[in-house]
Ligand binder design. Structure first.
Ligand code: LMR
Length: 330
């Protein structure tokens, strides 16, 4: 015993400088928007809080603007554990779950309060853990806002968009949404949209005020309709094995940082949505159209049949929870 003790003490002494000088582990957070967006700012805040509390153990390396990878690759990189954090739009999980299609159903959520209520409901929270088997854990939702339609020619009615090529996120609900109005959906990575508009490879797109403004889509899309026809929100995700490998204390700190960052990001989203709408309204050459109640009901009549078509893929319970949240806030 007396001979073992000094050996253990020596081993600890030798290991100590190594432990003290160990470099913090770098964790990658990849996203596709600019830093000056709700998601960009949320990611910065997350990094700040994590590094303030656990900077000796972890560093967060943020790759914005799709410089590291696009969102489709980011979702599979999270599933494989090649990166640790991403916040893709909820429209980008088709390969992993059908349930999140609920967010793509046109005109299901009339406002962001409805989206928030649904996300915070037991059903909305259960969606965060619906892909754990595939290696993906949802840490929370982040808002961006409601989507607006835009095109390079004037339009008011669904039929006006027939034959136009519309960029979509890679989601089959969104594909059908444009097919129902005889437009041509073109799935495309977000980072390619500006150039595709400039080259006239696409003539229309749908996105939020903040994305249309921050990526200057309006330069080639002078006609914007305040359609509020869909939602573009994000699920912040991490790799399941990485998440389970953390100590309870570390997981608690990451969760704390995420919940604060999401609160901040959601406040930014709300403010930006209003400010960027105003900026677009005043941008030279841009015509912002508000549909009349009759026009709006024509758009809804054209697109809403998709709810029924996707009810079983999404799950009746999920659809009902979304409809209830919508009814409460309308
Ligand atoms: C898009 O592809 O239009 C969006 O998902 C981009 C984003 O992350 O807001």
């Amino acid at each position: 015993m007396t001979r073992i003790f000094p050996r253990i003490a020596l081993a600890i002494l030798l290991a100590l400088p190594l432990a003290l000088s160990a470099e913090p582990r770098t964790l990658v957070f990849s996203h596709v928007v600019s830093p000056d967006t709700p998601k960009g700012k949320m990611a910065e805040m997350f990094k700040k809080i994590v590094e303030r509390k656990m900077g000796d153990r972890f560093r967060i390396e943020i790759h914005p603007n799709g410089t590291l990878m696009d969102d489709n690759e980011a979702v599979s990189a999270i599933a494989d554990g090649r990166i640790q954090f991403a916040a893709p739009s909820v429209s980008k999980f088709d390969a992993y779950t059908q349930k999140l299609k609920v967010f793509d159903l046109p005109f299901l959520f009339p406002n962001m309060d409805a989206v928030e209520q649904f996300q915070q409901s037991a059903t909305g929270q259960a969606l965060l853990t619906s892909m754990t088997q595939e290696g993906i854990v949802g840490l929370g939702y982040l808002h961006n806002g409601l989507k607006q339609l835009s095109a390079n020619k004037p339009f008011r009615e669904p039929g006006d968009l027939a034959g136009l090529r519309f960029r979509i996120m890679n989601s089959d609900v969104l594909k059908k949404q444009f097919e129902t109005i005889n437009a041509i959906p073109v799935p495309m990575a977000f980072s390619d949209v500006y150039q595709a508009l400039a080259d006239d490879r696409i003539q229309g797109q749908e996105n939020t005020w903040s994305n249309i403004y921050s990526k200057r889509f309006y330069e080639y899309q002078p006609y914007i309709m305040e359609s509020n026809h869909g939602v573009l929100d994000y699920m912040v995700i991490t790799n399941a094995t990485f998440w389970q490998s953390l100590t309870d204390d570390e997981r608690r700190h990451f969760s704390y940082a995420m919940s604060n960052a999401l609160g901040y990001g959601n406040a930014v989203a709300k403010a930006k949505s209003m400010n960027d709408r105003e900026a677009l309204k005043n941008a030279r050459g841009v015509t912002l159209v508000k549909p009349t109640p009759q026009e709006l009901s024509d758009w809804q009549a054209a697109m809403k049949p998709l709810w029924q078509e996707y009810a079983s893929a999404v799950g009746e319970k999920t659809l009902q929870a979304a409809e209830q949240a919508a009814a409460r806030t309308n």
